[in-house]
Write a protein that binds this ligand. Structure first.
Ligand code: 13P
Length: 235
């Protein structure tokens, strides 16, 4: 399974180094074979070698150029980073990225062979407007996205579940993942208020191939316990 941590705008460079050191020790000491991805803040990136893969939370679809405040793949190459999050709800809803721009970013990093964790998810008012409307909304987030790309992983993260402590029911998560798996023949992660105490039951669901964890992963011991949960499930 894929166990991923998105630090968002948290932890310093020093704390991130310490985190990776503890994480690698845990993976090694426990002989864990899960795929572990960690997305630190941009200023904490470095060339990491080990079992855990360091990815980037965002990058501009360019090699380099005049894009103030952004980084391109030239900067990612410096650290050997080949894994990227695209379409995260905070980039869509807080930073205002459009589907068109997200699709262009996807195409750019796809053509470079990056592993792409592509995020989709509906806000609460859409969920409350019924299943058909919700599926329509999610399908719109796949417009312009080549879902047959072999290095694609989908992360389903309901916007209203992110950072709120709320999650859909286990039945709802399983149902949605099953529907998504009919169109996207790729791994599908669940994200949104996953914590050390609910990770196992979510990971056990059919068509859930892993988790993308925000605040619940900021303490390395909690993240390690989720990796152990995945290992025990042996899916
Ligand atoms: P939380 O785990 O803090 O709800 O965030 C989920 C998320 O957005 C991961 O990308």
């Amino acid at each position: 399974m894929i166990i991923a941590a998105n630090f968002k705008t948290n932890l310093t460079r020093y704390q991130t180094r310490e985190y990776f050191t503890a994480l690698e020790r845990f993976i090694h000491d426990n002989g864990l074979s899960q795929e572990v991805l960690v997305f630190p803040a941009m200023s904490s990136l470095y060339s990491h070698s080990g079992k855990a893969i360091m990815g980037v939370q965002n990058a501009y679809p360019a090699v380099n150029g005049a894009f103030t405040g952004e980084i391109g793949c030239e900067q990612l190459n410096e650290f050997g980073i080949k894994t990227i999050l695209i379409g995260h709800s905070e980039r869509r809803h807080v930073l205002g990225e459009t589907q068109e721009f997200i699709a262009a970013k996807y195409e750019f990093y796809k053509n470079l062979g990056y592993k792409i964790i592509y995020c989709i998810g509906e806000p609460l008012h859409v969920r409350e407007s019924g299943e058909e409307k919700m599926l329509e909304y999610l399908r719109a987030q796949l417009v312009g996205i080549d879902t047959a790309y072999e290095n694609l992983v989908i992360a389903y993260e309901p916007v209203w579940a992110i950072g709120t402590g709320l999650t859909p029911t286990l039945e709802e998560i399983e149902k949605l993942h099953t529907i998504l798996s009919l169109t996207c023949k790729t791994k599908i992660l669940y994200g949104g208020s996953v914590k050390a105490d609910n990770a196992k039951e979510i990971l056990a669901l059919e068509n859930v191939d892993g988790i993308l964890v925000g605040s619940g992963a900021l303490k390395v011991n909690d993240f390690c316990s989720m990796i152990s949960d995945a290992q025990k499930l042996n899916k």
